[in-house]
Design a protein around this ligand. Sequence first.
Ligand code: F6P
Length: 334
Amino acid sequence: MGNTAVKRIGVLTSGGDAPGMNAAIRAVVRTALNKGIDCIGIRRGWSGLINGDFVKLDSGSVGHIINKGGTILYTARCPEFLDRKGRAKAIATCKMLGIDGIVAIGGDGTFRGALALTRQIAESGYKLPVVGVPATIDNDIGCSNYTIGFDTAANTAIECIDKLRDTMQSHERCSVVEVMGRHAGFLALYVGISVGATAVLIPEREVDFDRDIVEKIRSARLAGTTHFMIVVAEGAGSAVEIGKRIHEEIGIDPRVTVLGHIQRGGAPTGRDRETASRMGYEAVNALLADRGNRIIGTKEGSIVDLDMEEALAMVKNLEMYRYEVLEALTPSGT
Ligand code: F6P
């Protein structure tokens, strides 16, 4: 049964930005407007909801953004939203603006905020469903195989590392590159396989320096390789520290690169634009179908929406099979 009560949707982006967020905003706005629903953009994430920082969105205001990185709504992390008082102000803003459904685009922190908000709304007896759309370069949302931004970030990192490889090869050097990913190694392992890394350090696998670095470099050397590419997930350690240790224990002089926020920028890939478009579309459908508080996700290529409480209790484990692939493809000599 449709939820005829939804007349105005508030859409926001929160937490670390991810390429494809704009495509998701566009999808939400265009889908809503085409169904006769108003759209308000909440700026600067949850803090915008607390402070009443909003902008009216029409079809034209989301034109020419599908190809743009970043987020036209700005984003922020909002400690005040962790507090009941902050969330009460946010609920008051929704009442004031006549918002009767929210689409929150972001990652883990955004969804924790959404969950706390939905619980507080339920206590007050007010009706205001919230739907989360997963967008983070970390790909660390348990209920979704894929999160918007991952593909673009991975390709950015791959392009940078390919460039590093050219100069490492010329100088016969070792490169240690740190990639983002927060507490997860999804990005690092994907990138590591794609660049043909000598070794990849990820938080899901305890780092043994001798086994994971010394032995890998020794083996590659024996196979005739004269340059080495070590990819370090930020959650597994610091590339600077790993570089120092390589220098001290192996006696080679590596070059360290921390890719940092460059991984979060740039035009979204086709995969991120297309996934964001489908997710934004389904987020509005979930609100209009009165399915309550949901998180959008991908499952076997399809878009699904799951109960928010259940979705946020789900855990996604990195497939260690991918690590086996990495290892099976590295040069080894005896
Ligand atoms: O969650 C996205 C992410 O880019 C992580 O990979 C990284 O650990 C973090 O955000 C960096 O956050 P900030 O932009 O606050 O430095």
